[in-house]
Design a binder for this molecule. Structure first.
Ligand code: FAD
Ligand code: NAD
Length: 474
């Protein structure tokens, strides 16, 4: 086999593996180099998302939700279960099995599409050559007309709360606790803090989340964040805002935290500490000094709107570049770049990338928040509709939250949709489609939505933009 490829992808996360498959589908001779080692010490394709991110966290969120429902939801339906217990080996084992199924699945997809996988650390050299260093230190060099950098991201470490993999952990550690921590501290009330904090809270941990910002979930629309904060407080998640961690010391009886909030210095002892204060683009050892590929001010690989680095034949996608650090954003960039390389019309619109937070209730949004539109001086109108008036949500005993739709005041074009409530991870897709087609709130208002479904909340929110919701006052 010749070591010259049309495309080499470095990184087999959702950005890289999707780019590799799409490039191969388009008839390009493609290789994909990845260094991720699974729990069994073997190569595990799929990157952060499949191994220690999206998939395992959703598996644990689902398992923990079943357990939570026994005590908090079943009684409403007249069902009682005495003394429910969680078997931790099965709880974690189920997650591991799902991870293995999906990481193994990527290997099969590579085989089916004739993508050549390489296991090792890839380094881009000048002239689109890639040096691969295996776990045993052995090196080999391959080359290609095009190289796609998809090296992803890693958790940000706090200098005064360094990860030790036991007491102070990152996302990977918090997905693998062997028992439920009695007291779990979380630094950062962001997406990971809320999702993994919820998992362990549902199993009985006392969860305290320390968040530096004064505002809760600043990236979301304020109305949605307010409802979510209220629900999380009801569930017993103790979220301390405007709180700055100063020290975390591991002692025999736990991790001793010192933080400052509006009332001054505070102390807290926890059994485990999850640090989830954001992620940084991972480019360590990725680029030889003379490649010409540049990093931006935040250490991300600098790219233009076509994900091109400015160096002939070198592209970059996913968490390693600007834009939201989301699996689906990286995957769509991967598809677009493969298509651009093949001379086709690739497309990605970063303005309509949906966000979903898989807490209970779920949170989802796409487009602009009301605050952003105010700052930009864009005239807008708002419609909203509560799940409390949706028959299906009430029947499910999950009638919490709302759908909020924001449309341009003059053109009625949908500018943003923000949701908190049951099943909103799925409901947001309809709104993204409407926004991609430059749809108006009236377009959604005139579309027939099945009854009784949760999607009626989207329909009614669209009607409410024009003050004509049927099942609430306007
Ligand atoms: P990654 O998935 O990080 O993959 C990069 C790969 O490249 C890795 O395998 C890495 O080992 C490899 N690599 C890096 N450098 C080299 C090199 N030099 N040589 C060889 N290989 C290299 N996003 C969502 O959209 N939905 C979710 O529900 C969601 N949940 C998440 C939950 C958690 C706990 C975490 C941590 C993240 C979650 N994310 C979620 C974010 C999502 O995981 C990332 O956005 C996504 O994985 C980024 O994809 P990527 O391919 O750019 O990078
Ligand atoms: P995040 O950016 O979502 O949240 C980090 C939080 O930590 C912020 O609220 C920030 O203000 C706070 N913070 C920062 N420094 C702090 C400090 N010193 N003390 C206290 N608080 C501090 O980051 P994350 O939760 O680590 O997740 C990383 C990224 O992974 C997310 O932004 C997202 O892109 C991705 N992710 C997505 C999903 C999903 O799509 N459902 C799930 C998990 C992760």
């Amino acid at each position: 086999m010749s070591d010259k490829f049309d495309v080499i992808v470095i990184g087999a996360g959702p950005a890289g593996y999707v780019a590799a498959i799409r490039a191969a589908q388009l008839g390009l001779k493609t290789a994909c180099v990845d260094a991720f080692t699974g729990k069994d010490g073997k190569q595990a394709l799929g990157g952060t998302c499949l191994n220690v991110g999206c998939i395992p966290s959703k598996a644990l969120l689902d398992s923990s939700r079943q357990f939570w429902n026994i005590a908090h939801n079943f009684p409403v339906h007249g069902i009682s279960v005495d003394n429910p217990k969680v078997d931790m080996a099965t709880f974690i084992g189920r997650k591991d099995k799902i991870v293995k199924q999906f990481t193994g699945g990527i290997g099969q997809l590579f085989k089916a599409n004739k993508v050549t996988p390489f296991f090792g650390k890839g380094k881009l050299l000048k002239g689109n050559q890639v040096e691969i260093t295996g776990n045993d230190g052995e090196k080999q060099t391959i080359s290609a007309t095009n190289v796609i950098l998809a090296s992803g991201s890693v958790p940000i470490e706090l200098p005064f709360a360094k990860f030790d993999g036991k007491a102070i952990v990152d996302n990977a550690g918090a997905l693998d606790f062997t028992e439920v921590p009695k007291r779990l501290g979380v630094i950062g009330a962001g997406v990971i803090g809320l999702e993994l904090g919820s998992v362990w809270k549902r199993l009985g941990a006392e969860v305290t989340i320390i968040e530096a910002l004064p505002e809760f979930l600043a990236a979301a629309d304020a109305d949605i964040a307010k409802v979510a904060a209220k629900e999380f407080a009801k569930q017993g998640l103790d979220i301390k805002l405007n709180a700055k961690l100063n020290k975390a010391e591991v002692k025999k009886d736990g991790v001793h935290l010192v933080y400052t909030d509006k009332d001054g210095e505070q102390k807290l002892v926890v059994d485990k500490l999850l640090v989830a204060v954001g992620r940084r683009a991972y480019t360590d050892g990725l680029l030889a000094d003379d490649t010409g590929v540049k990093l931006d001010e935040r250490g991300r690989i600098a790219v233009d709107e076509h994900n091109h680095t400015g160096v002939d034949g070198v592209w970059a996608i996913g968490d390693a570049v600007r834009g939201p650090m989301l699996a689906h954003k990286g995957s769509e960039e991967g598809v677009a770049v493969a298509e651009w390389i093949a001379g086709k019309a690739g497309h990605i619109n970063l303005d309509t990338v949906p966000w979903v937070i898989y807490t209970e209730p779920e949170i989802a949004w796409a487009g602009k928040t009301e605050k952003q539109l105010k700052e930009e001086g864009v005239p807008y109108k708002v419609g909203n509709f509560p799940f409390a008036a949706i028959g299906r949500a009430v029947a499910m005993n999950e009638a919490v939250g709302q759908v909020k739709m924001i449309a341009h005041a003059d053109t009625d074009r949908i500018l943003g949709v923000h949701m908190v409530g049951p099943g909103v991870s799925e409901l947001i897709a309809e709104c993204v489609v409407a926004m991609e087609f430059k749809g108006s709130s009236e377009d959604l208002a005139r579309i027939v939505h099945a009854h009784p479904t949760l999607s009626e909340a989207v329909h009614e929110a669209a009607l409410s933009v024009d003050k004509r919701a049927i099942h609430k006052g306007n």
